[in-house]
Design a protein around this ligand. Structure first.
Ligand code: MN
Ligand code: MN
Length: 291
């Protein structure tokens, strides 16, 4: 990576850290989910940066991939455990970070994912394996009496690509990929009171174009025109000008042109926390860009 690229990652990280911190302050009982999402996404645009994906706001047993829909009437409630996950990019150089806001009495759960993240970040350096990092995350979370979510992972980042190898697991195992200087990686422990496995809910608000092919349906063609500027980064149904885009979105997904990102949830009634930072592996450790 050259210095100019490094600067873009660092600058995107600064914007993401500042906006996420403001978003955390804005999550309060009685606040509409849609107004929080619009405010946070607006702050990124006002900073002259782009959104690498729609702001994810996932509550309680929902671990990831929820966001506000158009006309969303949901309001943050007493006791909610709210994950906000923000992706900012500058010229495709992505900063991915997340935090959990506890509107109840779940401080230990929030602390578990945060501590898992800090312990993993402390260990990052060239030569460390993803299996070792996963073991640190798992130990931190289990020592507080919770489970790590085993089927959600951190990941590498490349220009305009949110998920590239290596995966950074939230559980330990022998071996795994070896981190090298210059890699850009997001680590994101999830702690849960549930089973430690997430599965897909029917609700789907986030999509990503994964193939380019001519389509006949005019409404589908319009969707593809509108998301062309995303260069393959995910988008929200709410961002489309068509107020009822379900039919074109379903058709594009069926044809393999769009990938759907359904809400991922642990067992009903469970609670999930998440913490995430993006880092660049350096010669003797790492530089956390989203601090
Ligand atoms: Mn994220
Ligand atoms: Mn991530």
């Amino acid at each position: 990576m050259d210095d100019a690229e490094m600067d873009l990652y660092i600058e995107a990280g600064k914007v993401a850290a500042r906006v996420l911190a403001q978003g955390v302050r804005d999550v309060r009982e009685g606040v509409p989910v849609l107004s929080l999402v619009e405010r946070v996404e607006g702050m990124v645009i006002d900073a002259g940066a782009g959104l690498a994906f729609p702001l994810n706001v996932s509550r309680n047993e929902d671990a990831a991939h929820d966001t506000a829909s158009r006309g969303d009437e949901r309001v943050f409630g007493h006791g909610d455990v709210v994950k906000i996950d923000l992706g900012v990019h500058l010229g495709g150089h992505i900063a991915d970070c997340a935090a959990t806001v506890d509107l109840g009495d779940h401080g230990g759960l929030v602390e578990a994912s945060r501590e898992g993240l800090e312990r993993a970040l402390d260990r990052v350096r060239p030569g460390v394996t993803t299996g070792e990092l996963g073991a640190l995350v798992q130990q931190s979370i289990e020592s507080r009496g919770f489970r790590p979510v085993a089927n959600l992972t951190g990941h590498g980042l490349s220009p305009y690509m949110i998920h590239t190898p290596p995966n950074i697991p939230n559980v330990g195992f022998q071996g795994g990929a070896v981190l090298c200087e210059g890699m850009v990686v997001a680590i994101e422990p999830f702690a849960t009171t549930g089973s430690g496995q997430v599965s897909e809910k029917p609700r789907t608000e986030i999509f990503q174009q994964v193939a380019a092919r001519p389509v006949r349906l005019p409404a589908a063609r319009r969707v593809l025109e509108e998301v062309r500027g995303r260069r393959g980064m995910p988008f929200s149904r709410r961002w489309l000008s068509d107020p009822r885009p379900d039919i074109p979105l379903a058709s594009l997904a069926r044809e393999g042109i769009l990938r759907r990102y359904p809400v991922l949830a642990d067992t009903p009634g469970s609670l999930v926390s998440q913490a995430e930072h993006t880092l660049i592996v350096t010669g003797d450790g790492c530089l956390v860009t989203t601090r």
